[in-house]
Structure formats: C-alpha cells, structure tokens
Design a protein around this ligand. Structure first.
Ligand code: G3P
Length: 218
C-alpha cells in the first residue's frame, strides 16, 4: 500500500519525505486554506519535494470551469493529479481528463455506486472518505471493502482506491488489510503509526539492563 500525506504544509511534507515515507500527497481546498498559502505556489513547491502523485483540487463546480482549472493545475508540474468532486459534472470532467490522459482523483466518495461511476469515468484514483462516514454512524472501512470487491470483479476497472479521511492508526491497519491501493494519512497519524507502549517499556528495560553491565559498544 502506498502512503500519501494529506496536508498542504511544506515543512511536514519535507520532513516525512526525507524518511522516504511519502509516495504522494493529497491536498484539498480546506487544507490549502489552513496553510494560508497560495495554491499554485504550494502545489509547485510540493511537486519539487515529492516526485510522486500530488493531488490538487478544482474549485469550479461546472464542467467547463473544472476542465479549465484542472488544466491550469496540471500545467504546474507533470506529477499533478487533478482532484474532482464526485458530482455528475465532476464525472463529465473526469471523462474529459481521461481522454486528455491527465490523471484524476475523484474525491468525496461516500458510496460503492459512486465509486463504480468514478471507475467507469476512467478515474485514476477514487477517494472514499472513511472518517466522515464514521462520523455519521456508518462504518467507513466497510465501504473500502465494498469498493475493493467490486473493482476486483472486473478487469476493466483499473481505478486505484485511495482511502481518505483517515482519523486513526486503526483505519490504516484496516484499509491495508482490505487492500486499498493508497492511504492518504495526516502527518500526525503517520507519526503515530510507530508508537506502541510495549515498545517504550521494552526499550526502557533493555537500557536499564544494559547500563547495569557497565559495557559500551562505542
Ligand atoms: O483529503 C481529504 C480528506 O482526507 C479529508 O479528511 O479528516 O477532513 O475528513 P477529513
């Protein structure tokens, strides 16, 4: 499973990228707003740090506007993936980008039929939002399972499942077990993946025992 980071914060992306933990990046209008920076500059900067796919989202909601904005975003760097909302107009735009061979990430997916439509439109990625489904009392991870099962039934559905709206480390484990192609993870949660209390206790015990020997390795 690929790890994308779900952020528009350059500092966080650089830090994780040095650890080789970043296969790609996803942004959205809310994350750009939170960063306080210009979208084009931000996307260009991210693309200089990360050679993998970097999703940049259109904000127009009409088909012509989405196509125009998507072309502008894709012109910023060859690794820009145009992120489009899962609306009827978004699917039309996705079809157009498929024809133009511009990669797409169809976002705000909350159901299996929506994911099926995104794949039929030739989306490179579909982004089901797990956490936001959980917020409504529906199990978001189940949706990843449904989409995986559907896509695996048909050789001509090649859209990659990009599990989004990941809120905890359990989400990461579960989507990896199901076989999501990508998990886009907020930097804070990515760093939490390493944590386990027994690791800390075990290390502390080892160091105490080592100190009692008086030995040194270097
Ligand atoms: O990239 C969009 C998605 O990951 C949003 O997550 O936590 O705002 O639901 P969240």
């Amino acid at each position: 499973m690929k790890f994308f980071v779900d952020t528009a914060e350059i500092k966080e992306i650089s830090e994780l990228s040095e650890m080789n933990l970043v296969d790609g990046v996803t942004t959205n209008p809310s994350l750009i707003a939170k960063s306080g920076n210009d979208i084009k500059e931000t996307i260009k900067n991210i693309c200089q740090i990360v050679p993998g796919p970097v999703s940049a989202e259109v904000t127009a909601t009409d088909i012509n506007g989405m196509i125009e904005e998507g072309k502008i975003l894709h012109s910023l760097a060859p690794n820009v993936v145009v992120k489009i909302p899962l609306t009827w107009e978004g699917l039309e735009a996705c079809n157009k980008f498929t024809e133009l061979k511009i990669p797409t990430n169809v976002t705000l997916c909350f159901s299996a039929p929506q994911a099926l439509l995104a794949a039929k439109a030739g989306a490179t990625y579909v982004s089901p939002f797990i956490g936001r489904l959980d917020d409504t009392g529906i199990n978001g991870v189940d949706l990843i399972g449904e989409i995986r099962a559907i896509y695996d039934n048909y050789d001509d559905l090649n859209t990659m499942i990009l599990a989004a709206s990941i809120r905890n480390i359990n989400h990461v484990t579960q989507v990896a077990m199901i076989g999501a192609d990508v998990a886009t993870i907020p930097p804070k949660i990515l760093k939490e993946l390493v944590k386990h209390p027994l690791t800390d206790i075990g290390l502390s015990n080892f160091l105490d025992d080592w100190a009692s020997t008086g030995q040194k390795i270097r």
